[in-house]
Design a protein around this ligand. Structure first.
Ligand SMILES: C[S@@+](CC[C@H](N)C(=O)[O-])C[C@H]1O[C@@H](n2cnc3c(N)ncnc32)[C@H](O)[C@@H]1O
Length: 284
């Protein structure tokens, strides 16, 4: 296995970009890591051990990939930007535990690329599609045990938010339904080139083996959550009606769930959303 000069340094990254004539694409969310400590921090947050299988999304020029490979992981790295394939061929040359796949993570069939009973996802995500990527990985119920991702700090706060605050929303409920999220550390803009306008955070989401609530219908649960947060300022009674709950059933559903219809979605726990969804499913 090759041990090379670390890519996560400003001068090394600039040299590689210059050599290959690469201008970073804002459209593709290209902010490359130039801080070695951050790469090491991500690898250790993901508890990467010899022999682990890791899916990396957006390897860029291979900065984090190198850290993962040196920790002994078998890495499958999916990169959309064709221009970076030549670069990755060079920067990852000699690592026999890395496979680079050219494709769009939102479109490829991941199970075709990784055929393992359990794997980890580790990525410095392109910020323009953070939420669709995370939701796809979770909703597709891939055999992922852990997701460790760099995201905008504000998105990490929304993912990990508890009821009651303005950060708490449909993303919080969905992420916490599938996983147990923990914000691991905050990363300043200067850890990247180009420096993004916002702070970032590394969040670790441990995928649950059992859902945290018992549901009659998962579809109904997400319908209720979506309705409750579609108009955050309105009462639950109003948002549920707007979400299709017939007026005649509304009071029965709320009574059976033991929830006051004057409350707002942002105050409800996952258990309370589940109670409404189960009551609605039973009474309809
Ligand atoms: C924030 S950069 C991270 C690069 C590198 N991992 C690092 O930490 O320096 C995001 C990477 O995702 C790639 N990317 C953007 N959209 C993608 C998509 N839909 N599928 C796969 N990769 C994508 C970008 O080209 C870029 O290399």
């Amino acid at each position: 296995m090759a041990i090379k000069p670390r890519i996560a340094q400003k001068d090394v990254t600039l040299h590689i970009l210059k050599t290959f004539g690469i201008h970073m694409s804002k459209k593709l969310g290209q902010n490359f890591l130039i801080d070695d400590n951050v790469v090491d921090g991500i690898v250790s947050a993901a508890k990467v051990a010899e022999g682990d299988t890791v899916l990396e999304i957006g390897p860029g020029i291979g900065t984090l990939t190198q850290g993962l490979a040196e920790a002994g992981a078998h890495v499958t790295a999916v990169e959309l930007d064709r221009r970076l394939l030549d670069v990755l061929g060079k920067t990852l040359d000699g690592y026999d535990n890395v496979k680079v796949v050219h494709g769009d993570i939102l479109k490829i069939d991941i199970s075709q690329e990784i055929n393992k009973e359990k794997y980890k996802v580790v990525a410095n995500l392109p910020y323009y599609i953070t939420t669709p990527i995370i939701m796809k990985l979770l909703e597709d119920r891939l055999p992922i045990e852990l997701l460790v991702t760099m995201v905008q700090k504000e998105v990490a706060e929304r993912m990990a938010a508890k009821p009651g605050g303005k950060e708490y929303g449909a993303l919080s409920v969905a992420v916490q339904y599938y996983t147990e999220p923990e914000i691991m550390f905050i990363v300043p803009p200067k850890a990247f080139i180009p420096a993004p306008a916002v702070e970032s955070a590394v969040i670790r989401c441990t995928v649950r083996t059992e859902p945290p609530v018992k549901l009659e219908s998962e579809k109904m649960f997400f319908r209720v959550v979506k309705a409750a947060f579609a108009q955050r300022r309105k009462t639950l009674a109003n948002t549920l009606k707007a979400g299709g709950l017939e007026k005649e059933l509304l009071n029965q559903v709320l009574a059976q769930a033991g929830i006051d219809g004057m409350r707002r979605g942002e105050q409800l726990s996952i258990e309370e959303f589940a109670a409404i969804a189960n009551a609605w499913t039973n009474l309809k």
